[in-house]
Ligand binder design. Structure first.
Ligand code: SF4
Length: 184
């Protein structure tokens, strides 16, 4: 089912982003992942390669995963929007609406224990449109049997070095919450 969704995304033309993308970026990782990571949208490197989190933010994400003992091939990584918005602008509401059934399908196919929402757009889309990431990061909430954990986006720490300790703590907390859940 994940492969079918990925094939649909690769040829999708449901919104205007199809015209400006080089490659759609469905996501990658283990179909049996216990943790699903969701970011905002592909950037330049991701658009070029058709793979998620392969630029500087992806390098930092890889380091954070290693730091908390998660290996990238055992998690699944995707974005709320699957095609790069021109000039890295924020996705528009119609573009966000257009992706929803793809992401719902990916969540259903993977059935993860934990969904990590990376950054404000993913958190406001999947938790609460008014959520402030500076307030809710690191605090898990449960919905329909899945634990959601909002964290700062790795790119935020690249732009603002002072956020790095909070980002590392977010990922440490994510690991603790996952362990607690698996021990239930
Ligand atoms: S952003 Fe989503 S809805 Fe828009 S073209 Fe890409 S895959 Fe399709």
């Amino acid at each position: 089912m994940l492969d079918e969704i990925a094939q649909q995304i690769k040829v999708c033309a449901r919104c205007a982003l199809a015209e400006s993308r080089t490659n759609a970026v469905p996501g990658e990782g283990s179909p049996q992942a216990q943790v699903l990571f969701i970011g905002e949208a592909p950037g330049v490197a991701e658009d070029r390669q058709g793979r998620p989190f392969v630029g500087p933010a992806g390098k930092l994400l890889n380091e954070l995963l290693l730091e908390v003992g998660l290996r990238r091939p055992e998690v699944y990584i995707t974005n709320i929007v699957k095609c790069r918005p021109p000039d890295n602008r924020a996705p528009r509401p119609d573009e966000v609406r257009a992706w929803r059934d793809y992401l719902d399908g990916q969540i259903a196919a993977i059935n993860p224990q934990v969904i990590c929402l990376m950054g404000r757009p993913a958190t406001q889309t999947l938790q609460d449109p008014k959520a402030a990431i500076g307030t809710v990061h690191g605090q898990g909430f449960e919905r329909e049997g899945i634990l959601y954990v909002p964290v700062y986006h790795p790119a935020a720490a690249l732009h603002n070095e002072s956020l790095r300790p909070a980002l590392i703590e977010d990922f440490s907390r994510l690991k603790r919450l996952l362990q607690q859940r698996l021990e239930r």
